[in-house]
Design a protein around this ligand. Structure first.
Ligand code: SF4
Length: 368
């Protein structure tokens, strides 16, 4: 069991609805878990309304009470640095312009992200969708969900639907069951993905009943969002295990965050820990040019070097693809190991930096 404040019985602590009702929302609430610094208190006061401040008790209990640089704490507690970001934008991926109907984001021909709600268990300070979190304008009434479903129904090229938000697992089992049932009744929707951080921030949400319900709607895939090895708790591991046992492949999408996971040792520990939990490291995102997040961004060249340093030093499938998301889709960011053709050979570089010449067939007539 991970740490928790004294005096809270198991049944309460492990009840996800209690966790949601008891979330940290003020500096006074926060003081039950850590000693807030003056910077944190001021930032909560100045920013709490603009970029809402909410943390689950479970996640708050993972924070180091004494260290403001704690990688858990920095992800969720406001800092005054958020006020200094001249380059940051509210919607850097231009998602609103890519939405044919409310909260349906279409960048690719065959798949969409459907932001089914504007609520999360907690609010990450670097959240791409911070513009909509907790803001009534972006909430989704049943009629608006039905409009999104109707759009998917009349758009036959959509074969892959990502339910995101906010977080779709904040929905009750009944509402999610209804939504998945509706999607499953659309013949051209082949797979449904759930983008959820609840296995990390509120693992008790992944109940047996939820897994039984999800199982009815296969093929379901889950992508979750661990950023640091300290998030790999026994509770989080059990939540991922329950999903895997329900036949749901679980992947991880992290964000490269300065001072949190931007060193090779931390990233390796995170990725290897995920693999031990049968969670596949899938993407690591370059942090977006998002308002209030300059203090989290890492130069892309450094990110490329970080992932290059993992190549050959851990299992290949433990290394996520480092990507930059743009309004025109994702761009892989990686060191090029291909050095070009030399006569009948292709010159490549090994992970240790040595040169290797591989006999390379010439393209036939009409081939590339
Ligand atoms: S869990 Fe995801 S959607 Fe929710 S605040 Fe964090 S990054 Fe944003």
């Amino acid at each position: 069991m991970s740490p928790r404040p004294a005096g809270i019985p198991d049944a309460q602590w492990c009840d996800w609805t209690w966790q949601m009702r008891s979330r940290v929302r003020t500096a006074e609430d926060l003081a039950r878990y850590v000693d807030p610094t003056e910077d944190e208190r001021r930032a909560i006061e100045l920013l709490g309304e603009r970029f809402h401040f909410v943390i689950t008790p479970y996640y708050a209990a993972l924070m180091d009470p004494k260290d403001p640089e704690c990688p858990i704490r920095r992800q969720v507690v406001p800092r005054l640095a958020e006020l200094h970001d001249p380059a940051g934008m509210a919607d850097p991926l231009d998602e609103v312009a890519h939405s044919p109907v409310k909260n349906v984001i279409r960048v690719y021909r065959d798949r969409i992200a459907f932001c089914v709600n504007n609520e999360c268990a907690l609010y990450c300070r670097f959240c791409l969708r911070k513009r909509m979190l907790g803001d009534e304008e972006w909430s989704m009434k049943k009629g608006e969900l039905e409009e999104g479903l109707a759009w998917i129904r009349r758009t036959p090229e959509i074969r892959d639907v990502l339910l995101t938000g906010g977080d779709p697992l904040v929905f009750s089992d009944e509402r999610l069951d209804w939504l998945l049932g509706e999607l499953r009744s659309i013949p051209h929707v082949e797979i449904v993905r759930l983008g959820t951080r609840l296995p990390v921030t509120l693992p008790f949400r992944v109940t047996d009943a939820l897994c039984r319900m999800l199982e009815k709607h296969h093929p379901i895939w889950v992508n979750t969002h661990f950023n640091h090895p300290r998030e790999l708790t026994p509770e989080a591991a059990s939540a991922c295990d329950r999903l895997s046992r329900a036949g749901i492949p679980v992947g991880n999408q992290s964000v490269l965050l300065r001072g949190i996971n931007d060193d090779a040792e931390t990233m390796k520990a995170l990725c290897e820990g995920l693999v031990r939990m049968r969670v596949r490291p899938y993407y690591c995102y370059q942090a977006q040019l998002l308002e209030g997040t300059a203090h989290f961004r890492v130069p892309i060249e450094r990110g490329i070097e970080l992932f290059r340093s993992l190549r050959g030093r851990t299992s290949g499938f433990a290394i996520p693809l480092y990507v930059l998301d743009t309004p025109h889709g994702k761009v892989p960011l990686m060191h090029s190991y291909l050095k070009g053709r030399e006569g009948d050979h292709m010159l490549v570089e090994t992970y240790e930096g040595a040169a290797w010449r591989e006999l390379n067939p010439r393209a036939g007539k009409g081939e590339l």
